[in-house]
Design a protein around this ligand. Structure first.
Ligand SMILES: [Zn+2]
Ligand SMILES: [Zn+2]
Length: 404
């Protein structure tokens, strides 16, 4: 029997912890992370801003703790599964013969969290200590908006005291042999539109019903959706590449509710939309546009269930010392990179909002994008390759600004 690399065994152990929404087992993930911290020899703290939603903060002190520090962020929660669609138990972390590890969280994003830990373990084994302090935050609830997780953390005095200069967070898998690097993301807005109207018998031509009003509003959103989809197909970036999802805004009708009985005209109707606003858009202007879509119908109401009023991006040019260190390392290791706007949302938006540069990276090359999907998986060879990358990366980032 071939013995498994201990780093792979630790990754699989983390995957077996059921930190699945809507009832994540944060007690077990916290216990796992504290044990890791102890083994590796870094200090640990549990920050609790909301009961039952711990942020585990690990710290590897640098040679000059006064310098701005690095934050390696990862979320501990994972999204639910449709278990009968999986080839195995999603929380068994089964390894297939080809080395694929199949588990919820294999890509999003437990692989990243344990990679940070393994990289520090490796650097410590080599007797290294970074110039700058490196903090690792393992945060809850990213998958449900981060309101009780990262959003609270960045606003805390604890966070300010860390003096973070740069952060790393999650990226996405890439089917091709390049690393995707995200320097910004689309602002997630989840809205509910409610209309009210006349009621009556289902056999009549009743005017101004809740549903007819809602239908007009929905059509405006869907027309906008179509125009953005078209932009995605035809547009070319100033640098010559084709547009990708992060360059346009998307709208999806994800919730529809109305009606109590077939022959009764509903008094009220509701539509829920998942909107992702590209940094190419002026957010206030965009807000005006969607409010016009809604308020044109008399009595229609608009509620923001999720709203992010910032879509600032991290500069990726020679003026950003962190970017330069990252880019040069990739060049040295012969890793091609593709820089993009993240199409969905991550906790990086809270970090960028307070002016701290952040890059989103998951070392998942040559792998189908399976986050939130059935049979999410990552091959152990790629995971192990990623550990070498992260080890070098933390070595470089931790020493940014050091005189040789
Ligand atoms: Zn994620
Ligand atoms: Zn996710």
């Amino acid at each position: 029997m071939v013995t498994e690399h201990p780093a792979v065994s630790r990754f699989r152990e983390y995957l077996r912890i059921k930190t699945v929404q809507p009832n994540p087992d944060y007690d077990s993930s916290t216990a796992f992370l504290l044990r890791e911290a102890k083994e590796i020899g870094v200090s640990s703290r549990i920050l609790t801003y909301v009961p039952g939603k711990p942020i585990v903060l690990l710290t590897w002190e640098g040679r000059d703790p006064k310098l701005p520090a690095i934050l390696l962020n990862s979320h501990t929660d994972v999204v639910p599964v449709f278990e009968d669609k999986w080839i195995c138990d999603p929380f068994e972390a089964k390894k297939l013969e080809n080395g694929d590890i199949v588990a919820r969280g294999a890509q999003d994003m437990k692989c990243v969290g344990t990679s940070y830990l393994e990289a520090i373990r490796n650097l410590k084994a080599k007797g290294k200590q970074p110039l700058r302090t490196i903090h690792l935050s393992f945060v809850p609830d990213e998958e449900i908006g981060g309101v009780d997780g990262m959003a609270k953390f960045v606003k805390s005095q604890d966070f300010r005291d860390l003096n973070i200069g740069f952060a790393l967070d999650e990226g996405l898998a890439n089917p091709s042999d390049a690393l995707k690097v995200f320097y910004g993301e689309r602002a997630p807005w989840w809205i509910i539109v409610t209309t009210k109207g006349n009621t009556g018998h289902g056999s009549q031509f009743i005017q101004d019903t809740a549903v007819s009003k809602l239908n007009k509003i929905i059509n405006r959103f869907l027309e906008f959706r179509a125009s953005q989809e078209r932009q995605l197909e035809i547009s070319v970036h100033p640098d010559g590449r084709k547009y990708n999802l992060g360059d346009v805004s998307s709208v999806n009708l994800t919730i529809l509710q109305a009606g109590i009985q077939h022959n009764v005209i509903p008094l009220e109707a509701k539509a829920g939309f998942d909107i992702r606003v590209s940094p190419n858009f002026d957010l206030l202007r965009f807000k005006q546009i969607i409010e016009e879509f809604v308020y044109t119908e008399p009595g229609a109401e608009l509620e923001y269930v999720q709203y992010h009023g910032d879509n600032s991006v991290t500069t990726i040019d020679d003026s950003n010392i962190w970017w330069v260190a990252f880019r040069d390392l990739c060049q040295k290791r012969n890793i091609s990179i593709e820089t993009e706007i993240f199409p969905a949302a991550t906790d990086s938006r809270y970090i960028r909002e307070i002016g701290i540069p952040a890059l989103g990276v998951s070392y998942i090359k040559n792998t189908p994008v399976l986050l939130h999907d059935h049979n999410e998986r990552l091959n152990e060879k790629i995971y192990l390759e990623g550990l070498e990358f992260y080890t070098d990366l933390l070595g470089v980032l931790g020493d940014v600004g050091a005189t040789q």
